[in-house]
Design a protein around this ligand. Structure first.
Ligand SMILES: O=c1ccn([C@@H]2O[C@H](COP(=O)(O)OP(=O)(O)O[C@H]3O[C@H](CO)[C@@H](O)[C@H](O)[C@H]3O)[C@@H](O)[C@H]2O)c(=O)[nH]1
Ligand SMILES: [Mn+2]
Length: 600
């Protein structure tokens, strides 16, 4: 089946899923490899959904899959892909396993994240759908701290991390400085190590018991297991945590995965259906402490955050040939809605108990990683100052006032230093990452477009949810279904309220340009200097919004309307110029009074 059709079918399946029965299809059993091991097979799962039971959308679906797979095969590692993504590089999983099975690094790694790459995006990537700055700069940078955030797809997990355990404590190698210094330093070092050990037993969230992997293994192998009473105790607490399935709980204790030899296909199937019934998660810790975490429409960020908070590290893996590819929305409205959902998810996390500003101190989250999570959740708030910056130039032009304050020398040195450092960072990032200037510029443009529409709405919707409890839906992102191959989607115009703020800002800035110019023409030469200052800022806003303007114009095959608009605009400016400033008759003697017409 070709990809597009498969994709449509997959989408239909999850969009229209209103089945009340759980279904698990085990496929055909039979195939054995040369060593007599059973070959992998495809298992199709449709979980139970029922009115009155929250199904928790994608996060709920992932958790159901985690449990079914634990009961059926219990692999130690899992690959997670969205329904609109597919495998593009047959060696990708092996690349991930290199990290996960590395004897030194592996035990600390909760997941290996691959960048998202896309098919079917227009050549110029008008709405920055590829997100190259994010995938090739930000996530790569994070790989040097505690690892990239989890972006929802193209990710191979260590099952242990999904079950809410902490990674084993890694004995710290004595640093260069410590090895130089004498015994006194060494003593303090070892003291620190033992306090680290203690830390691992004390958990990030004291309200929930999080088991230390080592304790459990000891329990299984050690003396504790002989004592039936303690087995019963730990069994009970595990069931409280993982839900009432003895088979599932048993699977969590298998050190290297796999299922008990004694199990029959029938019993496994029965258990699989049990663990995907809609009430299974009641009173367990699914979605709160283990599995995919509920409570945000960007469950991915939250899920990864909790793992990092427990001390895991993640790894970013970018094979030359893209590992996985997916589809993205390519028309303006769908894209803005997608960005709205991401921003809303971030705001939800920011206003929740998982806010990275406060959550998990005393845990093993590195400071810079925390800082990155703060950035990933707080960014929609930047829409507020951004909105002001986009309106100010127009106001300046329309009122004739210049709102830039006079600043002291010291302040301007600070300003220039900051400006230069931002500039230098940008250049260095581009050089190191291989992101082109065009991609970077698209990203800048879409940052402004998304900022004054989607991010802004997200802030208000997020506030509504927190303050008034009004929830918004997870609207599944529409995808380009580019069977005709002419990018009809790109030019599709769909009305949404998200379009209002950028349109307004665009119009007032354009009107400002015209008004400001004609005002300057009327008031003579001395007003040209300040005019250029003001025009510069207005143009800055307009060039950022240019892709948006193109999107508004839709597809005009012959003369793009945009050209007409620009033509009209420029024409009116030049005609005003021509009428008001007669270059051949004016003297150098200041304002040109004699041609002054009506409103001098
Ligand atoms: O009720 C739902 C809704 C979504 N999904 C799955 O979630 C995925 C993501 O939804 P999609 O509509 O494709 O959104 P995108 O904006 O394309 O997804 C990005 O952003 C999401 C977070 O908002 C992440 O979960 C995704 O992995 C990431 O690719 C889908 O492909 C489905 O596999 C469900 O299983 N059930
Ligand atoms: Mn998607």
């Amino acid at each position: 089946m070709d990809h597009a059709r498969w994709h449509t079918m997959a989408r239909k399946q999850y969009q229209g899923s209103s089945w009340n029965d759980s279904e698990v299809f085990l496929g055909h059993s039979g195939g054995l490899d040369t060593e007599g091991n059973e070959l992998p097979r495809l298992v199709y799962v449709s979980r139970e959904k029922r009115p009155g039971f929250q199904h928790h959308k994608k996060a709920g679906a992932m958790n159901a899959l985690v449990r079914v797979s634990a009961v059926l095969t219990n692999g130690q590692y899992m690959l997670n892909l969205d329904c609109d993504h597919y495998i593009n590089n047959s060696k990708a999983v092996r690349e991930a396993m290199c990290f996960l099975m590395d004897p030194n690094l592996g035990p600390q790694v909760c997941y290996v994240q691959f960048p998202q790459r896309f098919d079917g995006i227009d050549r110029n990537d008008r709405y920055a759908n590829r997100n190259t700055v994010f995938f090739d700069i930000n996530l790569r940078g994070l790989d040097g701290i505690q690892g990239p955030v989890y972006v929802g797809t193209g990710c191979v997990f260590n099952r242990t991390a999904i079950y809410g355990y902490e990674p084993p404590i890694k004995a710290k190698k004595p640093g260069f400085l410590a090895s130089l210094c004498g015994g006194k330093k060494k003593a303090s070092k070892s003291k620190k190590r033992s306090s680290d050990k203690k830390k691992s037993n004390k958990h990030v969230d004291s309200s929930v018991p999080v088991f230390n992997l080592e304790d459990i293994e000891e329990g299984v192998e050690g003396a504790g297991f002989d004592d039936e009473k303690s087995v019963l105790m730990s069994q009970m607490s595990l069931e409280k945590r993982f839900g009432q399935s003895a088979a599932f709980v048993a699977s969590t204790l298998m050190e290297y995965g796999g299922v008990p030899q004694s199990s029959t296909p029938e019993s496994l199937l029965k258990e699989a259906i049990h663990v995907i019934s809609c009430g299974y998660e009641d009173k367990s810790e699914w979605g709160t402490e283990i599995g995919w975490i509920y409570g945000s429409v960007t469950e991915d960020i939250l899920t990864g955050f909790k793992m990092h908070a427990r001390g895991w590290r993640s790894v970013y893996c970018m094979p030359k040939r893209p590992a996985f590819k997916g589809s993205a929305p390519i028309n303006l409205s769908d894209r803005l809605n997608q960005v709205l959902r991401w921003a809303l998810g971030s705001v939800e996390i920011l206003f929740s108990r998982h806010c990275p500003l406060w959550y998990g101190y005393g845990g093993r989250l590195k400071f810079l990683e925390r800082f990155a999570y703060i950035n990933t959740t707080i960014y929609p708030l930047t829409s507020l100052p951004l909105l002001v910056y986009c309106i100010l130039p127009a106001i300046c032009l329309l009122t004739g006032k210049f709102i830039m304050p006079e600043i002291s020398n010291l302040a301007s040195i600070w300003f220039i230093a900051l400006f230069l450092s931002i500039f230098a960072t940008g250049i260095l990032e581009m050089r190191w990452s291989g992101v082109g200037i065009d991609e970077w510029w698209r990203n800048e443009q879409f940052w402004v477009i998304g900022g004054i529409s989607a991010h802004l709405f997200a802030v208000f919707q997020g506030l509504l949810k927190v303050l008034a409890g009004i929830d918004t839906n997870f609207t599944v992102t529409s995808k380009a279904n580019d069977e005709e191959g002419d990018f009809a989607e790109l030019y599709m115009f769909k009305w949404t309220t998200l379009l209002i703020p950028p349109t307004t800002i665009l119009i007032i800035n354009m009107v400002g340009v015209v008004a400001g110019t004609s005002y300057a023409i009327n008031s003579g030469y001395q007003s040209w200097g300040p005019l250029f200052g003001k025009l510069f800022f207005a143009f800055w806003v307009i060039v950022h919004l240019y892709p948006f303007l193109k999107g508004l114009m839709g597809r005009q095959n012959r003369t793009p309307t945009i050209v007409i608009v620009w033509a009209v605009l420029l024409a009116s400016i030049f005609s005003l110029l021509w009428v008001r400033v007669d270059p051949f008759t004016t003297r150098l003697a200041g304002p040109n009074i004699q041609t002054c017409g009506i409103n001098c």
